[in-house]
Design a protein around this ligand. Structure first.
Ligand SMILES: Cc1cc2nc3c(=O)[nH]c(=O)nc-3n(C[C@H](O)[C@H](O)[C@H](O)COP(=O)(O)OP(=O)(O)OC[C@H]3O[C@@H](n4cnc5c(N)ncnc54)[C@H](O)[C@@H]3O)c2cc1C
Length: 493
């Protein structure tokens, strides 16, 4: 399955295996760091153990661009959250990913919760959050008419928003690669040695490949502790904290206009009702310690709690609208992000413990890491021809019939709708495969095919046939998300 490892977004990259910077992990942290470094005349590689990018924590989260009021500015994560939030408008102009500043409200359902709301408001003001508002009952119900009539007031942060996190990562990586960054997928960093005389790290993958790099950035999410150990860096332990969700169909009548938060507790921001940027609704997440960092299972007990909790804020939420459930794992280290040059091992930069609001903060993490690398001695000269733009690709579901007709004239694949729930055409699936997404999940996250009401019940076999047609893979080699996750068993024939 390793045969496509260099192909994502760039079918014939020329690679020497010698880099100025190697970034380990291609979630939203690694992708932002890579794109930021692509501005300069250095050679950068991303080493990702997954068969596609964004298959770690960055694929399963709430997708919220947070409002900057949940935490005190003494934390690095808060400062990067506030800065990161402001960077999304420009990123959206340059890249192709769904983003909407729908605003965030925190709803108080009891008078005694208003004290906490006032605290959040003051914290937001101190953090420099633009437009933050303390709301009366009338105002909060005006902002969100679907809220429970029990609401007594709340908070409004108009700068909060929603993105599709995987599309954000895909777009960042596409941009970075267009500007010369090399991506190695299926590259699980397993060992590393320091060539002291050359001042280089030699970084080996589990399947025996090797690259060399002057600087290494550890952005390995849940496994940043293992990677730190490989490089003889600091000893720490990343714990997983699971968040389970329900996903509701687009048809639901309970979709709010804004992200609705309850008043947070000491350990969690609570369970939210989230109008996703593509029209569905998420309810969750829970926050439970998870022993196994690969366990994405959900439990009926927790899912019951999610629905009950969501209904206290939006009473019209209904089990009949549920189309699926899933879980994400937060990489928890301590209260704050740990972003720092290693004090134990040379030319090694830790980007660890990137829990929430890591998605929001990620553009600012990219900028911060660039500055840290510079302070570690990396010479940064801007490329004269750096191109910030990624082509905005048409999507059948957003085109007018006239626009679609034009595309069908040029390519009949636009007229063959493969995923009827999400209105995704054959042409879009083929484009995704040609960009390097060769797994069912990669195609799902890039196109939304399999994400609708039937959850792939009707379109999965068609997508498998298109992957086979485009890549030459046999049916037995098609996987859900790489590795051993084969979808068809050989004995079935
Ligand atoms: C339930 C939940 C809800 C959340 N909601 C929000 C939200 O609404 N807003 C927000 O701002 N943040 C949110 N977050 C936080 C956000 O999702 C994370 O902070 C962010 O995705 C972390 O990105 P990352 O790139 O650091 O890690 P990851 O996305 O996990 O990326 C790390 C990558 O490293 C790779 N890797 C690991 N080991 C190796 C190795 N040895 N060799 C090569 N590659 C390796 C992994 O395969 C992975 O792709 C949420 C998180 C969770 C779990």
């Amino acid at each position: 399955m390793g045969r496509f490892f260099l192909s994502n977004y760039n079918p014939t990259p020329e690679k020497t295996g010698n880099y100025d910077v190697a970034i380990i992990g291609c979630g939203v942290s690694g992708a932002n760091i890579a794109r930021r470094l692509s501005v300069y005349t250095i050679k950068t590689a991303i080493l990702e153990k997954g068969s596609d990018v964004s298959f770690g924590t960055s694929k399963a989260n709430s997708g919220i661009i947070h409002g900057g009021f949940h935490h005190n500015k003494k934390y690095l994560k808060t400062r990067l959250e506030v800065r990161g939030n402001l960077m999304f408008d420009q990123l959206r102009r340059e890249l192709d990913f769904p983003f909407k500043r729908c605003g965030i409200i925190v709803a108080a359902l009891h008078e005694d919760e208003m004290k906490s709301v006032e605290h959040l408001y003051m914290q937001g003001v101190e953090n420099g959050v633009i437009g933050i508002e303390l709301c009366s009952r009338d105002r909060i119900l005006e902002l969100e008419p679907k809220l429970s009539p029990d609401a007594v007031g709340g908070l409004y942060a108009p700068g909060g928003g929603m993105i599709e996190p995987y599309r954000f990562v895909f777009a960042l990586v596409e941009s970075a690669m267009k500007n010369g960054v090399d991506l190695y997928t299926n590259y699980k960093v397993q060992t590393a040695e320091r060539d002291i005389s050359a001042g280089l790290w030699q970084v080996q993958s589990a399947d025996g490949r090797q690259i060399k790099a002057r600087y290494v950035v550890n952005a390995a999410g849940l496994f940043a502790d293992e990677v730190s150990r490989i490089f003889k860096g600091e000893e720490f332990s990343i714990k997983a904290r699971k968040g389970e969700y329900f996903l509701l169909d687009k048809q639901t009548k309970a979709r709010p206009e804004r992200v609705v938060f309850p008043v947070p507790t000491a350990v969690s921001k609570g369970m939210l009702v989230i109008p996703t940027v593509e029209g569905t609704v998420l309810v969750g997440p829970t926050a439970d310690p998870a022993e196994d960092k690969t366990d994405y299972s959900t439990t009926s007990e927790r899912l019951e709690q999610i629905l009950d909790s969501g209904k206290t804020m939006i009473p019209s939420l209904s089990r009949n609208d549920v189309i699926t459930n899933f879980a994400g794992l937060r990489p928890y280290l301590e209260e704050d992000f740990y972003i720092s040059p290693s004090k134990k091992t040379p030319a090694f930069l830790q980007v660890a413990g990137i829990q929430s609001p890591g998605l929001t903060a990620s553009p600012a993490i990219g900028e911060y890491v660039k500055d840290l690398l510079k302070s570690m001695g990396l010479n940064l000269t801007e490329k004269p021809n750096w191109n910030p733009f990624v082509e905005e690709r048409p999507r059948a579901r957003t085109l007018s019939s006239l626009e679609l007709d034009k595309l069908i004239d040029a390519d009949p694949g636009w007229g063959n709708i493969v995923c009827r729930c999400e209105n995704v055409s054959e042409a879009e699936i083929i484009q995704a495969v040609r960009l390097g997404h060769h797994t069912l999940d990669g195609i799902k996250y890039f196109t939304r095919a399999q994400m609708g009401r039937c959850q792939g019940g009707f379109c999965t076999y068609k997508i498998i046939k298109l992957i086979m047609q485009e890549t030459g893979l046999s049916w037995g080699e098609i996987t859900k998300h790489g590795g051993e996750s084969y979808v068809l068993k050989a004995e079935l024939g």
